[in-house]
Write a protein that binds this ligand. Structure first.
Ligand code: HEC
Length: 157
């Protein structure tokens, strides 16, 4: 291993160690769960998690479109993904924390921008940037909230 590759390896190790989100660390353990629990029924949890798994299929579709430089098809994936809140049952929507709802609304706008810019400009680099913007909402919400399946005698509010 020459000096340059050792430096690169050290850089990688130090970058890897600082890439763990601060919210996951505490004095007793690195991975303490400090996320805010949202009480939902088991059925509501199943529905939202199914939507979440669909997000990964959608992300896959967007990446394939990007790889094929087919920006016209990106809206077909991105627009339905943005409409997460519209698909949630009213019983659940009424009890989501305000900040959770705001994150979902902001993510919808980011998906709309992604779809519109991809279709109108065909700019691959801009599309990557818009996709990265969308992903800040995925991470932002995941860093902050978790679902707690309960029989719902207790609601968040
Ligand atoms: C407004 C909040 C919010 C947004 C935005 C959000 N998620 Fe989630 N997601 C959650 C919560 C809460 C969970 C459940 C976490 C837990 O209980 O541990 C979850 C879980 C998941 C899971 C796990 C599903 C399972 O079956 O366990 C995946 C995958 C996921 N999200 C993908 C995404 C992707 C990709 C995006 C962005 C395109 C995204 N999510 C955006 C709130 C959100």
């Amino acid at each position: 291993m020459n000096f340059r590759s050792i430096t690169l390896a050290l850089l990688f190790v130090s970058t890897a160690s600082i890439s763990i989100p601060a919210s996951a660390q505490d004095t007793s353990g690195r991975y303490a769960d400090k996320r805010i629990a949202i009480n939902v029924s088991p059925a509501e949890k199943n529905q939202v998690l199914a939507e979440m798994r669909e997000f990964l299929h959608g992300m896959h579709g967007i990446h394939i479109s990007l790889a094929r430089q087919d920006t016209k098809s990106i809206g077909l994936y991105a627009r339905p993904m943005g409409q997460l809140l519209d698909r949630m049952p009213t019983s659940l929507k009424e009890h989501l924390p305000e900040e959770f709802t705001q994150l979902a609304i902001a993510m919808k706008e980011a998906f709309e921008n992604l779809a519109r810019d991809a279709e109108t400009t065909g700019d691959i680099s801009k599309t990557h940037e818009n996709l990265a913007e969308v992903m800040t909402y995925c991470s932002g919400c995941h860093d902050t909230y978790r679902f707690n399946a309960t029989q719902l005698k207790i609601r968040n509010k």
